[in-house]
Design a protein. Sequence first.
Length: 430
Amino acid sequence: MTTINAELPSDTAEREPKGYTPRYLLASFGLFLAIFAPVLGGLSVKVQTLVGLDQAPTQLGLVTGVGALFALISQPLAGRLSDRTTSRFGMRKPWIIVGVVGAFLSLIGVGLAPNIPVLLVAFCGAQLFSNFAQAAEAVTVADQVPPERRGLVSGLIGAASPVAILIAAVGLSLLPTIFLKFAVPGIIGLVFGLYFAFGLKDRVLREKPDHPFGIKDFLGSFVFNPKVYRNLGWAWLTKALIMFGYAATTTYLTLYLATKFGMTNIADQLNFNLYATAVSTVFMVLFSVIGGRISDRLLRRRIFVTGGGILVGLGVIVMGLAPVVGISGGLVVILVAEAILGAGAGLFFAVDAALCIEVLPNPKDMAKDLGVLNIANTLPQTLAPFIAGTLVIPLVNSVFTGAGYSVWFVLGGCIAIVGGLLVYKIKGVK
């Protein structure tokens, strides 16, 4: 058995270590900014410049879908490895550093990519390394923060996500070249990630693990038994379905504007994307911070996840129906949908991390289990565009001309609503 240099701060202290929360807030913001810049529209614009508008949905789906495989591997693997890391610098810190440096270099590659194969390799690297960093950062909440304050910290981190989305949208709109649209967010993510890592009072293992890391441990990094750990299983499924609905719109909004609203100019697409993101961000930050505080006071998590999932689903469905009222009216409807979507995402993000920590079954495998749970966060954000671009949108368009995006959004919204309702399958958590 392994031991650590001290009891967990979350078990012995009334508050997290001084300075932990603002540093983690900056690190989360930087990492979100770096990876949201491609997902929000950067990749869409890059692909359009490489292959044109007609081929963009399929090629975009291919790039994001393959990237999803690397997200699938890296989160739980990084978690398992950090649980076993005996470095004198700590268990989590080395993986955060490797993650943010690798993500930065990969985003430089995305910005410079001259063709789809190079873009694919670079984006897969960005997914791999950013998820390494995210897995190691996320488990520090369980390491450092006492249970009664996790809702507050979770809410603050939830607020970092929409702010990063907004700044990413601003950068996509204002930065003059495609290279800078990826390089600048990458630099910010690198600097803030290193600032958090070097200031972290990390856990340190005193003894080496009692057996070498083998193939069984490697494969075990990606799975758990949902029959044994039912709460963990339902938490994973709930998160995955809500995030699938949330991701249904983010990557394809610019292509939606081009095909359904005649906005073929890339600058116009990115400008409207900025307005939509600003609306979503305001509501997401408001509902995230308030939701986290209320959740702590009521000691309830599930109702906020349910409300968030339903609102996310309704927002995505409303967006899919926007073309019904014409171009001008439809653009207004999209902004209304973004407000609904932002409110729902804020409620969900406010308590999601706190709820997930409460269902972890084994303190010795916290990072691995959080990594598996985080697959449900990152995988839908890359898998959804793949399904949309390679299957749903082209298939529906071949049968009902021009209806592919609307059908996709309605489908994604319904999936998010189902996810919000399934949280009540989790027992022992209010």
